[in-house]
Design a protein around this ligand. Structure first.
Ligand SMILES: Cc1ncc(COP(=O)(O)O)c(C=O)c1O
Length: 455
């Protein structure tokens, strides 16, 4: 090791033991995503370490993670097994071109995922994020209809209050006005069903009893545009980012039926609901409805590496394969980092943890306790609505001032009180790691209750 290397080594060591404080780094250059940048930079909240259920700030404060980061760290933070797998993979095979070259872990991971997805969703296309998974699923739907002789099927049906990521496909599907309003007309040919959050569902725990007929919006869209023009209907089984909108009983089954009647593909976006959040591997299992495609990301690698995937029904995959001449590329789509070896290693280690620690079952058995705790806040005067299913819940606050102002103040005060949560407007979404103990749920509920009285 040369002198310069030694200096670097010493610096790296000292950075690990003395992580930089917000005051040590320039804040100007980094443009933060989905963040009020000016507000953050006036009052930075810097996180420097994570382990198990907790983050630590640069001020040394311990912060309980009520959101699994951003719905990612289902197995808790700092998992040694994942770190070791990532480190070994970087040393052994850091990268390989994904086009025309393969490495065994891509195939192994696809097989492992096919084994836990419902029905015949046994063909897996890898991406690097949920947004890319959504756009890939849209392209697969279009390619499928071309392949089986219905090229006019180019429209998509989505839903109000939907979040399907931020690429142009996902934004066109989006049902959240702020994610659309600055970005022009985007992709044409998307129709939106109504969302499923009816006023009479207020403070309903689990699936609301009424509202399945909202699925008939799909039939109305078919009547308006013609089924022969519609490629796919895409929904989050539980709308996540908009605040945990649990589907009414029978709603998803009714969507499935209408899709089947009209040759429309049904896509579930399980980027939040996948990997145990609902108490099963996927929400498709929990609600007993099998889509034709499913997108996933986030908890796929426990958040330790960027990765997404689309699980595709074998018949859709085969139709696209069979339509291409022998020896030709069948699907002109993919990313430089599709099936990245390091992400695959992280995902395989993550799936091992989920299996060995039975985390999906654990989520199912902890869910009633978690839902009791969250619903104990329902009568607080600041709370407008509470919804929840499995290890996911949404709490709407009564707005105060401009829309979203109270939600933003709430999540900042929560952080100051030692808890991390994701806010969308005046709603916060609670999604603890599935390794949480009851004592962690109690601690979160106490902080939530105290903070509700402070905003
Ligand atoms: C349902 C759903 N789809 C897609 C995405 C986009 O995922 P990503 O941020 O990894 O692109 C998200 C992110 O929260 C999501 O919740």
């Amino acid at each position: 090791m040369g002198h310069a290397d030694q200096t670097l080594h010493v610096e790296a060591l000292s950075r690990a033991t003395n992580p930089p404080k917000a005051t040590d780094v320039s804040l100007a250059e980094y443009w933060m995503p989905f963040t009020p940048n000016r507000d953050f930079k006036r009052d930075p909240k810097m996180v420097v370490r994570a382990e198990g259920m907790y983050y630590w700030s640069d001020q040394g404060e311990r912060i309980i993670d009520g959101a699994s980061g951003l719905f990612c760290a289902a197995a808790g933070h700092g998992r040694r097994e994942i770190a070791d797998a990532v480190s070994a993979q970087v040393r052994n095979l850091d990268y390989v071109a994904p086009f025309t070259r393969g490495h065994p872990k891509q195939f192994e991971l696809a097989t492992r995922l096919a084994a836990i997805t419902p029905g015949d969703l046994d063909r897996i296309f890898f991406t690097n994020s949920g947004s890319e998974a959504v756009d890939s699923a849209m392209k697969i739907a279009l390619a499928y209809h071309q392949a089986h002789g219905e090229p006019a099927r180019t429209m998509f049906v989505s839903r109000e209050r939907a979040y399907h990521g931020v690429n142009f496909g996902g934004v066109a599907l989006s049902g959240l006005v702020n994610n659309r309003r600055r970005f022009g007309p985007g992709l044409a040919g998307v129709a939106h069903m109504r969302h499923t959050n009816l006023p009479q569902h207020n403070k309903t725990r689990g699936e609301p009893a009424d509202g399945a007929e909202l699925a008939d919006d799909l039939a109305r869209i078919v009547n308006l545009y013609g089924a022969e023009n519609i490629a796919a209907c895409i929904v989050e089984p539980i709308a996540g980012s908009t605040g945990c909108l649990v589907p009414p009983k029978g709603y998803l089954a009714r969507l499935r039926k209408i899709c089947d009647q009209h040759g429309i593909l049904l896509i579930f976006d399980e980027v939040i609901t996948g990997f145990g959040r609902t108490g099963e591997a996927f929400a498709a299992h929990s609600f007993g409805v099998t889509p034709d495609m499913m997108t996933m990301a986030k908890a796929l690698t426990n958040g330790a590496q960027p990765m997404g995937a689309v699980a595709v029904a074998t018949r859709i995959h085969d139709a696209i394969m069979d339509a291409a001449p022998e020896g030709a590329i069948e699907f002109f789509h993919g990313y430089t980092y599709s099936g990245h070896p390091v992400a695959c290693a992280a995902a395989l280690a993550t799936l091992d943890i989920y299996r060995d620690e039975q985390l999906f079952e654990r989520a199912r058995s902890l869910a009633p306790y978690f839902q009791d705790a969250i619903f104990s806040l329902a009568s607080h005067p600041t709370v407008a609505d509470v919804r929840g299913y499995g290890m996911l819940a949404g709490i709407d606050l009564h707005a105060q001032g401009s829309p979203g102002a109270r939600g933003h103040a709430f999540q900042k005060q929560l952080f100051a009180n030692g808890m991390h949560l994701k806010a969308t407007g005046d709603c916060v979404i609670v999604a603890p790691p599935l390794v949480a103990e009851k004592s962690h749920i109690d601690a979160m509920t106490d902080i939530l209750r105290r903070t509700l009285s402070q905003v």
